[in-house]
Design a binder for this molecule. Sequence first.
Ligand SMILES: Nc1ncnc2c1ncn2[C@@H]1O[C@H](COP(=O)(O)OP(=O)(O)OP(=O)(O)O)[C@@H](O)[C@H]1O
Ligand SMILES: [Mg+2]
Length: 321
Amino acid sequence: MITSPTQIQITSPQKHSRTGDGSIDLVAATSTDFVGLRTDPEALPSSLSGIKSQNFGGAKPASLTAEFQVSNLNMFYGSAQALKNVNLEIYQRQITAIIGPSGCGKSTFLRCFNRMNELIPNTRIEGQILFRAQDLYAPNVDPVAVRKTIGMVFQKPNPFPKSIFDNVAYAAQINNIKGNLKEIVEHALIQAELWGEVKDKLKQSGLALSGGQQQRLCIARALAAQPEVILMDEPCASLDPIATLRIEELVRDLKKEFTIVIVTHNMQQAARLSDYTAMMTITEQEEGKRTGTVIEHGETRHLFTKPRDSRTEDYITGRFG
Ligand SMILES: Nc1ncnc2c1ncn2[C@@H]1O[C@H](COP(=O)(O)OP(=O)(O)OP(=O)(O)O)[C@@H](O)[C@H]1O
Ligand SMILES: [Mg+2]
């Protein structure tokens, strides 16, 4: 686990410009100058408990701590509103699944947690996301630092055209992770449950691995940056059932150390893997405008057995979406 300082260091004060070069390359987007949002889960300010949970899922169990608190979140691509009035909490060291029909804003919502949307030109958000009581979008928070602490794994495995070792080492180096590079790489590959399969061919290209191995390599690469949270956008979408189960086992294991938010179209995966589920859908706004929102959020076992919203029931039973 990361052992860096417990406060944000203001590295590049900036208003969120909301513009960028359009690339969404997490590792390349991270930098060496971060410094950790709060890293000690026990060090959460008591003020957190005073913030009213706006979950749709009822009271938060006393044993859980809020990792993220999303309040009145709206998100826009230019003039098109993609997310409307999203309110929920994500709990620490829990797996939260985000489900919902195509185009309802799951990926957009996920990218709000590590400020990746602002790499897309002309995006804008309103509302607030607190990460361990720190406003992620405060003017003095460095988005690059945020993306190091809150890592991301994408739908399609995207190793760099480099060796297996270098794929992971690069993430550690660019994030200025201190320590013996070989040990850091080995540790990340062990954490990603890939070490046994690649330890004798670390100089081989990452692109020569199977799809499932490539995805675990990408997870190792994300872990080498020593994040606190891992966001996963349909990480098994391109994998066969065996490789999918392998990733699921890995994700379950990673939960011991990380908070995980995973977007999935696979209802069985959401049901068997996640502790909490957020159901999103598209709602028709005035003037025929369609916007994504969260309609239900709660414990997975409840949401899948006794959904409160008929749209959730329709979706999870395959009647819609
Ligand atoms: N870069 C972008 N520029 C403009 N609009 C975008 C962009 N990315 C997404 N959108 C729009 O935002 C809405 C939500 O898209 P998003 O990709 O978040 O949906 P999703 O739920 O992840 O869909 P899927 O399940 O197909 O991956 C859609 O209407 C989409 O067209
Ligand atoms: Mg998506």
